[in-house]
Design a protein around this ligand. Sequence first.
Ligand SMILES: N[C@@H](CCC(=O)N[C@@H](CS)C(=O)NCC(=O)O)C(=O)O
Length: 213
Amino acid sequence: MQLIIGNYNYSSWSLRAWLMLRHFDLAFDTTRIALFTPGSAEQIKAYNPAGKVPVLLDNGTTVWDSLSICEYISETYLQDQGWPSNPARRAHARSSCAEMHSGFMALRSAMPMNCRRHVDNFTISVAVQQDIDRISTLWREALSKSGSEQFLYGDFSIADACYAPVVFRLTGYGVKLPAELQAYCDRMLALPACQEWLSLAQQESEVIEEEDV
Ligand SMILES: N[C@@H](CCC(=O)N[C@@H](CS)C(=O)NCC(=O)O)C(=O)O
């Protein structure tokens, strides 16, 4: 498999797909395209006419959009273990991912992912706080049925990959969370794949206007 991604530091959608592949230890090559540099838009379009990363190439199949890529990986390589097996939990997990995919605009625009940035005293607007509150509710609902050392739906799932950029944001912007949610963020951050991504982000030097990412 070949995964086309943007900058490790900024590309939150790329992180989701990459994390699925890396966490589950699947073999793939990474092609990194530094976003918003001369020629980068054309380079991306050569892989994906929609002009966005991530893109997964596998045996002549092109899969674009992070959620589709996570689902493809789960179906093709993980015997569907990317989603919880219980139908009710699975429905909740899918709904949580869909809500992340299409929502939380205030949080996404005010707190763009920047793995190298650590902000103290970040001012949280009312709209951003509403997004954080909604995410906290979702996470609590999911975690309430998982073991205390587990991920959102028990074992690491597509939902954890989808919310990984939120974990990085909440941590980087110094958002104070209730203990059980902070513990979940800490478990995510401790994953070798998350540590590897953060280290790769540290090694980059490009600076881009984050609201574009
Ligand atoms: N819904 C898409 C969003 C993809 C997306 O917006 N990717 C950004 C990078 S994180 C991108 O390719 N930006 C480049 C551009 O807009 O030119 C997904 O889940 O993959």
